[in-house]
Design a protein around this ligand. Sequence first.
Ligand code: NAD
Length: 508
Amino acid sequence: MTELATPPVEEHTGVTRISHWIGGRTVAGTSGRTSPVYNPATGRQTGALDLATVEEVDAAVQTAKQAFESWRSVSLAKRAELFFNIRELVHARREEVAKILTSEHGKVLSDAMGEVTRGLEVIEFCCGLPTLLKSDFSEQASSGIDVYSIRQPLGVVAGITPFNFPVMVPMWMWAPAIACGNTFVLKPSEKDPSASIWTAELLKEAGLPDGVFNVVHGDKVAVDAVLEHPDVAAVSFVGSTPIARYVYETATSRGKRCQALGGAKNHMIVLPDADVDMAADAAVSAAYGSAGERCMAVSQVVAVGNVAEPLIDAIKERIPKVKVGDGMDPSSEMGPLVTKEHRDKVAAYVAGANAEGGNVLVDGRDGAPEDGFFLKPSLIDNVKPGMKAYEDEIFGPVLGVTRVGTYEEAVRLVNDNPYGNGTAIFTRDGGAARQFQFDVQAGMVGINVPIPVPVAYYSFGGWKASLFGDRHIYGPEGIDFYTRGKVVTSRWPDPATSSVDLGFPQTR
Ligand code: NAD
């Protein structure tokens, strides 16, 4: 591997080469394979991403392995101090990384700032790591014997992340992993990889020792190399359900700990007594924010009884007001989709909906900006199970409406769905809301809140095909995931009381 001080910009094309980060420095890839990175607002290629070989993944893991023993020995006080430094730097430079997100993902700058802020909350949670790693102690468990538990880091842990939150989702992983004393190898999405290199440089500036945080870019070759590597103790994955299932099954069959978060189809139930304007505002915000490319986006409104007509009218009235444009323009509220292929795939769901029995009320293909990968918001009425627009996670600015007669039918729809990430109910009836929270099979529930992403001191995760594994991500379950327990039984006896006793140890 060749070491580079900074990735060179190839002046004649305006395309930046984006390379790996191993052992505290940029390392150019040697595979000869690259992947294009685009600015989705213009459609132009801005980057060429090195795709790692198996050997390059091994180099990152070996570097992280070497860094582990000294990193796990750093005192909790020093680690906490470092996390405060990281917090200050991310906060001071949040606009800088938000611009990187907008230029490669396409989301509008205000939304990118929101992403950084939610990631920052996880870093702030980790500043309290001395408290988070406190354990139990039982004095005099038996005569002269004390018992206590300690939690220790796992070793080298890896994160594999999706395109839609290129800075926040990695923070969900590396922050608790490193706070707990692990060293980390990140394999970010190949579609918007620059935020991961920004993160690596910032962590170095904050004082994180070289080798504790590493980045390898790549595709399936790199992911498989991570999953097969004997020195990777645990894998956190966030992405689509088929890949999440594959990662979980492969990692666990190799003896690794794994949490793999998958896709979603988030239903928002609106009861007849709901405030229609509030529900419409929420549906439009949650369906079209970030062009629908959020795993917690509302993609399906379930209108119960006679709320359907006024609710659809209120949503239709709001859609033309959503300003679609380049995310760098402060007046834009919704940016482009991430790639041309994805834009075309999303557009195909709208194109096919009427033939399947749906009713396209607003077609986002009409009037979408020509340059870049844009689609405007779409609204489809009468979307039902069995239709592609209902069964698939579209992951774009397309909102479906399903009409049902009763609350029971609405809940059945949610519970019959293979996904169970987020869901929401809109109502003024506290009893109905409480019943929903009891009945519904999903990991994150909103009551008059359309995108119920848990705050950083709770944990994030779905049910069913939205999460493989038994630990949710970040928060207390994140600390649990990145540590393993040890129980110590200890005696400091008075030598005068010592004797040979072949009986089984008794506590009474
Ligand atoms: P993706 O599954 O295509 O990619 C995720 C990661 O897996 C990337 O790093 C990618 O390089 C890698 N990958 C892709 N194909 C692979 C293969 N065949 N073998 C091995 N690795 C592979 O997901 P995406 O398109 O980047 O992100 C969107 C998806 O992520 C949506 O389904 C969304 O719901 C989901 N998501 C879920 C959550 C959650 O918390 N549940 C959060 C964000 C995104």
